[in-house]
Design a binder for this molecule. Structure first.
Ligand SMILES: Nc1ncnc2c1ncn2[C@@H]1O[C@H](COP(=O)(O)OP(=O)(O)OP(=O)(O)O)[C@@H](O)[C@H]1O
Length: 206
């Protein structure tokens, strides 16, 4: 199924300053869209807004041509959002973290699936270590394992490459490209130079 998220005349103010105004944006199946801009230009705010997490903005969001507020449930069922911080629970192991995310999404899943997702992000052998004892890059990898675990069409990713080593960057780039090539969409921020096919479309803030 082809999916489309659209923003029309989007504007957002913080502390008496417009972060962006009159912003139009379309993201469709098969596309990778990158939000660019200097620190503080509003990239994280825009991603949160497009992921349906903020209500204090002007303009309108549409999901498959309908006002997002009207079809929020369908939108959320198709969305995977990974925030700026990995959001990993320090007192749980990577395996337990993934089970926790699945339960939150109403997915039962199974342990074999979770182990496969951890292997995919290079965390084989670390599945039972408390996440709080893992390095920053390993914690990020626990969060990234959700891309393999949870089938969602629209990925909204805030700085997903942070703390990831060269090999991890290559693997994640391939995963983003594969997702788009199989009809998914990716909306992301990154300060990292992306070299993926299909071509990345950029939206500049600030
Ligand atoms: N809830 C809030 N209340 C007040 N100001 C906020 C709020 N959220 C963000 N801001 C401000 O809005 C501006 C944009 O923040 P945002 O995190 O979106 O920027 P960014 O482009 O993602 O930055 P970076 O590249 O540093 O991650 C910043 O000046 C920030 O202080």
């Amino acid at each position: 199924m082809s999916l489309c998220l659209q923003a029309r005349q989007l504007a957002c103010e913080r502390d008496g300053r417009w972060l962006f105004e009159g912003l139009d944006l379309d993201i469709r199946s098969g596309e990778i869209v990158r939000i660019e801009g200097p620190n503080g230009s509003g990239k994280t705010t825009l991603l949160k807004l497009l992921a349906g997490q903020l209500g204090d903005y002007h303009g309108e969001l549409y999901w498959n041509g309908e006002r997002l507020a009207k079809v929020r449930e369908h939108f959320l069922a198709n969305l995977l959002y990974l925030g700026h911080s990995p959001g990993v629970k320090a007192g749980l192991t990577p395996l337990e973290n993934l089970a926790w995310y699945q339960a939150l999404n109403g997915d039962k899943g199974d342990e074999e699936q979770r182990l496969r997702a951890l292997l995919h992000v290079g965390l084989g052998g670390f599945e039972d270590v408390l996440a709080g004892q893992l390095s920053a890059g390993q914690q990020r990898r626990v969060a990234l394992a959700r891309l393999t675990l949870t089938r969602r069409a629209l990925w909204v990713l805030d700085e997903p490459f942070t703390a990831i080593d060269r090999q991890g960057v290559d693997a994640l780039e391939k995963q983003l490209a594969a997702h788009a090539q199989t009809g998914g969409s990716v909306l992301l921020t990154t300060h990292h130079a992306l070299a993926v096919s299909p071509a990345v479309r950029s939206v500049q803030l600030g």
